[in-house]
Design a protein around this ligand. Sequence first.
Ligand code: NAD
Length: 472
Amino acid sequence: MSSVNISIIGAGSAVFSLRLVSDLCKTEGLYGSKVTLMDINQDRLDAVYILASRFAEEMNANLEFSKTTVLEEAIKGRDFVVNSALIGGHDFLDRVRAIGEKHGYFRGIDSQEFNMVSDYYTLTNWNQLSFFLKIAKLMERHAPDAWLLQAANPVFEGTTLIRRYSSIKMVGFCHGHYDVREVAETLGIPIEEVDWQVAGVNHGIWLNRFKRNGEDLYALIQKYAANYDPRRFKPINPFNVQMSPATIDMYRFYGLVPIGDTVRNSGWKHHYNQETLVKWYGAPWGSPDSEPGWQWYKEQLGQVTGATVALAKAIEQFPEASLEKLIVEGSRGLSGDFARQAAQLYNKNSLSGEQHIPFIDAIINDSSARFVLNTLNEGAIPGIEDNVAVEVPALVDREGIHTEAIDPPLPERIVKWYLKPRVLRMEWALEAFIERDSDLIVEILLKDPRTKSYEQAKAVVREIFETEGLSE
Ligand code: NAD
C-alpha cells in the first residue's frame, strides 16, 4: 500500500470527479492517500467534497479529502495533478458558437475539418490553453517530480503544448478507445478474445490491429460493411455513433475503422448542415455535435451537476441517510449511460473506465498495465513529427510509459489524408495562441468552406476576440 498526494483541478466537473473518487476507493494499493479537490465554483466544490468524503466512508476506503479554491495550494507538494477544468465553462463555448453562427459558421468557428467535437475548441480557447501552461509552470516550481494527468480538452493541442513548453511529466487521457468493444460486440466477438490496437491522435484514432488467434478479423468488418444498410441504423442516444453510416463511410475511404470520437471528427461531407448530420449519424439527433445532440448532452450534464449539489445538501441535512441509496434512486431519470455510470460507482468489481487512477496505481505500485495514452510521438507513428502528441497503447509501470510498437503501421491513406492535415491544424492553432495573433485564426477560416469573404472571416474573429477579451 502506497499513499500519495493527488489533486483534482476542476473537481466540480460533472463528468469526472466522483468517478475518479470511486476508482480510488476501489484501489486498495492507494489507500492512505490524500486527495485535494480544487475548483473556483464554491458550491460545486463543497458538494463534491461532501459526497467524496461520504462515498469513501461508505466504501470503507482509507482516504483523506481536503478542498481549496486556490490553485497553488492544490499543486504544492503533490505527486499527481489531474486537470479536468473547463475555463469559462459551457457558457463560454455557447457564446462563441453563437457568434460564429451569427456570421454564417454552422456550429461555430471551432468546428473544423477533423475536429467537430463541441467542447473541443482549438481556435478560441486561449484561456483554456493558458490555464494548462499555468498549471505546468506552477508544477515546475512547486511539484517538479509530479505527474500532470490531463483530462480537460483539447487533449491533443494541450498535450503537445505542455510537453513542448514544460519539463514536467505529463500525459493526456481520453476514454474514446473503449468503443473498440462496440465494434467487437457488433460482430459477435467477445472483446477478451481480440488482439486489438489503435493509433493516431486524440479523437483521431484508428483500429490498426483487430485479430483473434492470429486471424485477421478485418475480413468480418469488410463483410459487415458490404452488407451495411444505413436505414437500419437507430442510435439510442446522440453519442451512439460508433457503428453509424459515417463510420462505414470513413472505413471505406481510409481503409481502417475510426474509433470513438474519431467518428465525429470527419470532414464537412458529414457535417454541412442538420440534414447531412442526420443522414450520417442517425435520426433524430445527427450526432452529439448537432444542435439537438449537444442540447441533449448539456441537459444530461446539468442534471448530473444539479443532482450532485442536491445530494450533498441531503447528506448534510440527513447525515444518517445512505448516499448509495440516494444515488441509485436519483439516477433513475438519467439516460442509459449516465444511469449506468451512477450504478457502477458502488460496484466494487468494476472501475469507471477512466484511466487516471489505474495509471497512478501502475506508476506507484508497479502494477504494470495497458493503457491508451496521449504522449509525444517519438517515432511511434512514422510520418508524424516526434514532438507531436499521439494517442497510442502503452504499458505503464514504475519506470513510466512504454509505448507499444504500432503493428501493423497505419496506412498511408490515414497518415497523409487524415493525421497530417489534423496535425497541421494543431500547429496553426498553437502558433496563433503562442503568438497571440488572431490574424492567424482569420487565415485558418479563409480555408474553411463556410467562409464566403475575407470580411466575413475578419468580422467573426474580431467579434469573438473582442467580446470575450481574448487578445488581452
Ligand atoms: P464542467 O464545466 O461541468 O466542469 C468543469 C469544472 O471546471 C467546473 O466545476 C468549473 O467550475 C471548473 N473550473 C472552471 N474554471 C476553473 C479554474 N480556473 N480553476 C479551477 N476550476 C475551474 O465541464 P465538463 O463537461 O465536466 O468538462 C470538463 C473538461 O473535460 C472539458 O474540457 C471537457 O472537454 C473535458 N472532457 C474530457 C474527456 C476525456 O475523456 N478526456 C471526456 C469528457 C469531457
